[in-house]
Design a protein around this ligand. Sequence first.
Ligand code: TA6
Length: 317
Amino acid sequence: MGHSGAVWDQRAAIEISKDWNGIDQILLRSPRGGSARVSLHGGQVISWRNDKGEELLFTSAKAIFKPPKAIRGGIPICFPQFGNCGSLEQHGFARNKMWVIEENPPPLPPNDSNGKAFIDLLLKPSEEDLKGWPHSFEFRLRVSLAANGDLSMISRVRNINGKPFTYSFAYHTYLSVSDISEVRIEGLETLDYLDNLCQKERFTEQGDAITFESEVDRVYLSTPNVIAVLDHEKKRTFVIKKEGLPDVVVWNPWDKKSKAMADFGDEEYKYMLCVDGAAIEKPITIKPGEEWTGRLELSVVPSSYCSEYFDPHQRGF
Ligand code: TA6
């Protein structure tokens, strides 16, 4: 069972229930009314609501809630690959597997528990899985909700004494926005990116904030650990803080691709934007006994459209 290192009642902070497929979901509550919901299917965060109960993550109205297909939305965990072809699924298998709750995982620093409602999940490869990806790993995921409503995800991938293995990773974060044509991203200016619409060719971003007028599918490289996504209409900014995740995927399918996805509404591109903390350009290699950690923290702050106070080079955590 998860824990709450806060003063509020643990029972009120964490609830386990089953979805319509009989799969366990964990609801984390903050004392001010915020919440986050995690499914054991894929270890996927499927909802993150603010104190007013407003949903902050996008989930398609046409999402298929049928394992093993990952639910289109929320924050799928993409591991051990992102976007490659080959024998594995495009974004790896972790988001299509059943995870389990781990009662007593190896400890994290106290700051990762104090004042938070959290749940610890674990994914280990089955014999079948090892046939497809012959590496013995333990993937621990802590999802936590702070008293102020901030959502944190901490991934720890350990190499269980096999041989060294290499993987890519992304928190495939579907943000809910009010109108994509009035959204801007700050913090990626002047960086190089790989453009998935041009055979992953490398380009350099221009000098001001990124805005959206057409399909975008890019991996920004060597990015700062703080990125801001400003939603003009809602006058709110998503602040994405990360550690161990050098790259940022930015994806909006726009109209043509939206129509081509069965589990995505034709107009839904207007109301979502994927901004993923990731490790893609330089895949991660861990030796036997080593453990990698990738952290993501999402918060929402009120904002004016041009956030003059945003400093992308401030420390992430
Ligand atoms: O770069 C993001 C991306 O790879 C896009 O090309 C698109 O495929 C998107 O992820 C969605 O992937 P999914 O597997 O969630 O349908």
